[in-house]
Design a protein around this ligand. Structure first.
Ligand code: UDP
Length: 493
């Protein structure tokens, strides 16, 4: 420990800044954080050494991305720590790979990681730690080491601000066991945002485990050095300004970290690349891409309706079905033959970024996970929204009401963050929405144009001197300065 401090001091602080990145156990977190680590190392070669600190099975999911960065000459490393024993079979270490009924075990593993993180960080003594939202304890460990802790947010600012502001009034959302029909989100600059309680994450409505964690998370975020968010200012500008004012000591908006498109094909695991060839056989902008992220599940009945709906649309489609959902009999008899000329099903993992960038894809049917929203905007694709869980219904409102590059797939029944309380979306509605969207018309053309504008702004944001480019460099400058002053004060004492 002393030796590390001395060597930094003796070479004038010129050894690279060693930044550790600690992602939560889910691909929607792991993927953007790995991108971020690679972007930081690439932004300042020789000045930053980025280390992804992950459990073995999660390391396997990002290994290709890390290897590519290393081959490009960037200082990116992998450091593995054991996944806590929570009764999962070996090799199962993240939300999308555990069976739904075992998801709680992943959260148990989060709690059990605290002492492991502490030991590991004290042993390796990085100069700064970028840790994911649930790992609030890293703020305390970093403070003990005298180094900055940043919180990485894989969720956008609009949803974060909405959740923080709703959390503050949560006791008013449900009074005497009765939920208000709709809540106006307080403290949102600009347009009024209303949302029914059934579309809000459950921790805002009742004392779930996360409600208690939320206080720790918020306190750790405010006490820490700052936050890094995967978004870009032009997508949610007024909210970014407000967020800077109330929710963080320092805020850096560095996204989309998926741009520039470089290692698109193996991001988050080995994807099915045949679908890219298949796409190339289809006319320009003719295909609807349907994918619902890395872990949300559908009922068997809903999968059937979705299959029939895509068939009824009569449009070409590329549909990603998670392995867990595709087990057993999941589509109607004869369906695959009937759609064989215009539909492709990927079971498991698709190379989403490469798919979204493909000229044959014309629209994205998405669950509104934040990464998918951002990736759609970056690719200039309009979206049909079908939120399923957690903050996805809030993201949907950014897409459809504020940024206006998408529309709801269905409004004809009960929607609910609790999948078991939501109505099944009927095939007929899916078919009609997809067909209408793909056929175009003034309303859709406007959304397409708006998505195109956002794609240009996203590209500009990450290009030299763009807003995200500047924020990425500002993080590095601020951490470098914090490190230099720590080294100086260590030397003085
Ligand atoms: N993704 C992918 N292939 C798939 C499904 C998802 O590459 O078949 C990627 C997608 O590009 C995104 C991430 O996985 O980067 C999913 O994150 P998102 O926030 O959209 O959803 P979540 O999985 O967190 O629900």
């Amino acid at each position: 420990e002393a030796a590390a401090g001395m060597s930094a001091a003796s070479d004038g602080g010129r050894r690279p800044l060693r930044v550790f990145f600690l992602p939560f156990f889910a691909r929607g977190h792991l993927i953007p954080m790995t991108d971020l680590a690679c972007r930081m190392a690439a932004a300042r070669p020789a000045e930053v050494e980025a280390t992804m600190v992950v459990t073995p099975a999660n390391a396997a999911l990002i290994a290709t991305t890390v290897t590519r960065a290393v081959d490009a000459g960037h200082a990116v490393r992998l450091l593995r720590y054991p996944f806590p024993d929570v009764g999962l079979e070996s090799g199962v270490e993240c939300l999308g790979t555990v069976a739904q009924h075992d998801a709680w075990r992943v959260f148990r593993a989060v709690d059990l990681s605290q002492p492991i993180h502490e030991k590991l960080l004290l042993e390796h003594r990085p100069d700064a730690v970028v840790a994911d939202v649930p790992f609030w304890w890293v703020t305390g460990i970093a403070a003990k080491m005298g180094v900055p802790r940043l919180t990485f947010h894989p969720v956008g600012i609009f949803a974060q601000l909405a959740m923080n502001n709703l959390y503050a009034i949560r006791s008013d959302i449900i009074r005497d066991g009765v939920a208000a029909p709709s809540v106006i989100v307080p403290g949102m600059p600009g347009k009024e945002i209303a949302i029914p309680p059934s579309e809000l994450p459950e921790f805002l409505l009742q004392d779930a485990v996360l409600s208690m964690e939320w206080d720790n998370i918020k306190a750790a975020q405010l006490a820490g050095f700052g936050v890094i968010v995967n978004t870009f200012a032009d997508l949610e500008k007024t909210y970014c300004d407000e967020y800077r004012r109330v929710d963080a000591r320092r805020a850096y908006f560095v996204g989309p970290v998926s741009l520039p498109l470089d290692s698109a094909v193996h991001r988050g695991g080995d994807g099915n690349v045949d679908c890219l060839e298949w796409l190339s056989t289809k006319p320009s902008r003719s295909v609807v891409y349907a994918c619902f992220g890395s872990w949300a599940c559908f009922s068997a009945r809903q999968i059937r309706e979705l299959a029939l709906g895509l068939e009824a649309s009569n449009k070409p489609f590329l549909w990603v079905v998670r392995s867990e959902d595709s087990d057993g009999l999941w589509v109607p008899e004869g369906w695959e033959q009937r759609v064989a000329d215009r539909g492709m099903v990927v079971r498991g993992w698709a190379p989403q970024l490469a798919v979204l960038a493909h000229p044959s894809v014309g629209a994205f049917l998405t669950h509104c996970g934040w990464n998918s929203v951002l990736e759609a905007a970056s690719a200039g694709l309009p979206v049909l929204t079908w939120p399923l869980v957690f903050e996805q219904f809030i993201n949907e409102r950014l897409v459809t009401e504020v940024a206006t590059f998408g529309a709801r797939l269905w409004d004809g029944g009960k929607r609910n963050v609790r999948v078991e309380d939501a109505d099944t979306v009927p095939a007929e509605a899916i078919g009609r929405a997809v067909a209408g969207f793909m056929e175009g018309g003034e309303r859709w053309d406007k959304m397409r144009a708006r998505a195109g504008e956002l794609a240009e702004k996203a590209r500009a944001a990450v290009s030299e001197n763009g807003s995200s480019w500047r924020d990425l460099h500002r993080v590095i400058d601020d951490l470098t300065e914090a490190n230099a002053s720590r080294v100086r004060s260590n030397g003085d004492s």
